[in-house]
Design a protein around this ligand. Structure first.
Ligand code: OAD
Length: 255
């Protein structure tokens, strides 16, 4: 429930951190990470696809899955949650968006300087020499389910081109973690939206913020336990964020 005191804390905040997970993009039609393995992909475990060992063992399987996701993202539009977050930046002195998502829906909604802890679907690079590529989608990456797609070869070293996302066991992009952590440690309100909070170190950010006295708010349609110092807004991100903006600043819904 959005209490009067929560609305007031947001209204008076000097620095707000918005931390998002796959649930923030769910209403744009992007399956959440742990729901994503549907259709052709349902027999795979995320850990089978999201590691560099998996890519090296079966590049066309892994590349096909990520190209299918990229296709879905390119077809999608920012939803009310992305728009409300961009709108929130106009009401508070400082707002930092830190996301675990590999899509660009925050940017397309108008958020600036988004910190991507887990990289981006749109920045593939050579798995061997690291050369970056801008690749158009091929017609093979159909949204109906996709399938195997042979990844391109690097023009410099002939290595396979891999997705620009962070896989299990890999380091986060240089700078992203330190910027995200610094923001979490300095903010006075921390909004954690649409994340299962099970993938570390990203999931440490709300804990750090809470430990340093920030007001921590979780937004999720699926209830989980939080401490008595935290707030839980139970519902879809778009509705809860628009309601929060309305309560704190009297804004009309954005869509
Ligand atoms: P998950 O798929 O683990 O969790 C998505 C969360 O969103 C769940 O808690 C859902 O209940 C919630 N959710 C679903 N619909 C929602 C809605 N409309 N509004 C708000 N919340 C909703 O996704 P993440 O927490 O982002 O990392 O996963 C974290 C990381 O795990 C991903 O970045 C990815 C994965 O491994 C890497 O690839 C390194």
């Amino acid at each position: 429930m959005i209490t009067r005191s929560l609305a007031e804390q947001l209204r008076n905040a000097q620095h707000v951190v918005v931390f998002t997970g796959a649930g923030a993009s769910a209403e744009s039609g992007i399956p959440t990470f742990r729901d994503a393995l549907t259709g052709l992909w349902e027999r795979f475990d995320p850990a089978q696809l999201a590691t560099s060992d998996a890519f090296r063992a079966d590049p066309s399987l892994c590349w096909g899955w990520y190209e299918w996701r990229r296709h879905k993202v390119l077809q999608a539009h920012p939803n009310g949650a992305h728009l409300a977050i961009a709108e929130l930046a106009r009401h508070v002195p400082k707002l930092t968006v830190v996301t675990q998502n590999v899509d660009d829906l925050h940017e397309r909604a108008g958020s600036q300087d988004v910190i991507h802890l887990h990289g981006s679907l749109h920045s593939p690079r050579c798995i061997d020499c690291g050369l970056h590529y801008m690749l158009p989608l091929t017609s093979e990456a159909q949204p109906e389910g996709g399938g195997r797609i042979e990844p391109p070869r690097c023009t410099a070293c002939d290595g396979h081109v891999r997705p620009g996302v962070v896989w299990f066991g890999e380091m986060m992009p240089e700078g992203a973690w330190s910027l995200g952590l610094a923001a979490a440690e300095r903010c006075d309100v921390f909004l954690s939206i649409g994340t299962s909070g099970i993938v570390y170190p990203a999931a440490e950010l709300p804990l750090r913020a809470l430990g340093l006295g920030a007001t921590v708010v979780h937004v999720n349609p699926v209830r989980f336990d939080v401490s008595s110092q935290e707030h839980f807004l139970e519902g879809p991100a778009s509705m809860m964020m628009q309601n929060l903006l309305h309560e704190a600043f009297g804004d009309h819904p954005v869509s």
